[in-house]
Ligand binder design. Structure first.
Ligand code: AP5
Length: 219
């Protein structure tokens, strides 16, 4: 029987491990990963109109205005691949207004995952994060160092990953988190993100497998 594809939202403070977990979720479940941070960074590096508008907010560690991000996300969600394979929305909604926008369009996930990690660990994770511009792999100078000298030489640091900007991103996250949670309280899956990434994934994996089974049995 053909069941509706899985729809997942993942949230958590900056550097709580959303991107890292999404890499593993995509490999296992084949969902279309829609990261608003990645989409915005791609617009910035391509120098598009959206990118030029978004850049100053992102570099300052502030939220990009809702209308820019919402238009971008709803356009991406309506594409064929997301409808057929299911989606994994990462970094959206990030405000109550954004959650309301999706509710109005009747776009709801099957499960809303939050990754919980203590503040002092988040700062260390951000400051040590490095990205591979070629493979898009996420590294950390201590936790996940690059495999080769060649990769090490090309790694880049995000402009918003300084201690000061991480603190401002964290504060904005905390201001919004509760209001967004209220929209998804009945499908909430809280996960302790302060463990080895494989252990965190195991818990997410079993939760998503269960939701998937329930969807199959419902058809
Ligand atoms: P975005 O890119 O979404 O940034 P973020 O939410 O701050 O999240 P991060 O990408 O920093 O962290 P992550 O949770 O993915 O962690 P990661 O896996 O990399 O957004 C950036 C900006 O874009 C925003 O500030 C805003 O300006 C704008 N924006 C985006 N969405 C928006 C929206 N909806 N509305 C308005 N503006 C928006 O891991 C972090 C580090 O920790 C890595 O080095 C990793 O290797 C390491 N690590 C991961 N897991 C573990 C583990 N289990 N143990 C040890 N280390 C680990």
């Amino acid at each position: 029987s053909q069941s509706e594809p899985l729809k997942v939202m993942i949230s958590g403070a900056p550097a709580s491990g959303k991107g890292t977990q999404c890499e593993m979720i995509v490999q296992k479940f084949g969902l279309v990963h829609i990261s608003t941070g990645d989409l915005l960074r791609a617009e910035v590096s391509a120098g598009t109109e959206i990118g030029n508008k978004a850049k100053e907010y992102m570099n300052a560690g502030q939220l990009v205005p809702d209308e820019i991000v919402t238009a971008m996300v709803t356009a991406r969600l309506s594409q064929k691949d997301a409808k057929e394979k299911g989606w994994l929305l990462d970094g959206y909604p990030r405000s109550f207004a954004q959650a309301e926008s999706l509710e109005k369009l009747k776009i709801r996930p099957d499960v809303y995952i939050t990754l919980d990690v203590p503040d002092e660990i988040l700062i260390d994770r951000c400051v040590g994060r490095r990205l591979d511009p070629v493979t898009r792999q996420i590294y950390h100078i201590k936790n996940f160092p690059p495999e080769t000298e060649e990769i090490k030489a090309r790694l880049v640091t995000r402009p918003d990953d300084t201690e000061e900007k991480v603190k401002s991103r964290l504060q904005i996250y905390k201001q919004n988190a509760e209001a967004i949670l209220s929209t998804y309280s009945n499908i909430l899956k809280k996960v302790d993100g302060n463990r080895a990434k494989e252990v965190v994934f195991e818990e997410i994996n079993s939760s998503l497998s269960q939701v998937k089974n329930e969807k199959v049995n419902a058809t």
